[in-house]
Design a binder for this molecule. Structure first.
Ligand code: SF4
Length: 274
């Protein structure tokens, strides 16, 4: 009996496409080979800081969805419970090195306290209903390519206008190219779920900022979607992932420098070196 052919499915995200655009070999090491990447303690702390803020935002909107608006005090309590280790005392906090660049729990917490106050002021009296909170999406782009992502928050107003809010954390504002692709992916996900005519406006909110947290963004254009699809197809079609050693500044901090320096995966040639 003839063996059934299986199609290799490529699961892509906007982040993985972005990495592919920078360097195909970097993409392969990170997403196909899944090589271990060392992480510095400061990076880990920043990641934990962002994830904790995202959890607080979800907690707030789950409560709102249930008809309860948590007080600012309740949000702060939640923050402290998630952020500080259970056995950390006030004394431990006081004697920790007081420099945010070395990763101080208390100084990160001060930033969060101010930012969450702004968050509370921005959303506590918002009358819109949270209809989607931290929900993953999947859009099939091709038989062998699936686009994954997450809708952080979708609000619905009384007159049925839908707004998506994407949480930002680490950097103030990602560059236009990245953001365009990211928002095109969100729009595609909404159209996949609710039909081609679904109308939604997209917003970026900086969760770690104590002021001006709504960031101005351009709504995604057709060219952003075209770019997203072009690169997703390229990821799916690429068989040999070549290095861009020396052509991208990524190399300076690349965690795969050692593996890359030994790369010998070029297509074999029948012309021999003399
Ligand atoms: S060192 Fe440079 S070329 Fe090599 S995998 Fe990393 S980013 Fe790509």
């Amino acid at each position: 009996m003839k063996a059934r052919e299986t199609t290799k499915v490529h699961d892509v995200t906007v982040d993985s496409i972005h990495d592919f655009k920078v360097c195909e070999l970097f993409y392969r090491y990170r997403y196909i080979d899944e090589l271990r990447e060392p992480m510095f303690s400061r990076d880990l702390l920043v990641q934990k800081f962002e994830n904790t803020l995202y959890k607080i935002a979800s907690y707030f909107f789950y409560k709102k969805q249930a008809g309860l608006v948590p007080s600012y005090r309740a949000i702060l309590n939640r923050w402290e419970k998630l952020w500080f280790p259970k056995d950390m005392t006030a004394y431990d906090m006081a004697v920790q090195k007081n420099d945010i660049s070395t990763g101080n729990l208390a100084s990160f917490s001060n930033v969060a306290t101010a930012a969450l106050e702004t968050f509370y002021e921005d959303f506590a009296s918002d009358q819109r209903i949270p209809v989607v909170i931290a929900e993953d999406f999947l859009v099939p782009l091709r038989k062998d390519i699936r686009l994954h992502g997450k809708i952080d928050l979708m609000l619905k107003s009384n007159d049925n206008v839908y707004s998506i809010i994407k949480w930002g954390g680490r950097q103030r504002k990602p560059d236009r190219g990245y953001l365009g692709m990211d928002f095109a992916a969100l729009k595609l996900a909404i159209q996949h779920q609710h039909g081609q005519d679904a109308q939604v406006d997209l917003n970026l909110y900086h969760l770690a900022s104590p002021k001006n947290s709504f960031l101005e963004i351009e709504q995604p254009q057709q060219s952003d979607l075209n770019g997203l699809l072009y690169w997703a197809n390229k990821v799916g079609d690429t068989q040999i992932h070549i290095p861009r050693r020396g052509y991208t500044t990524y190399c300076k901090t690349c965690p795969f420098d050692e593996e890359c320096s030994k790369f010998d995966g070029w297509p074999q040639s029948n012309i021999e070196i003399g």
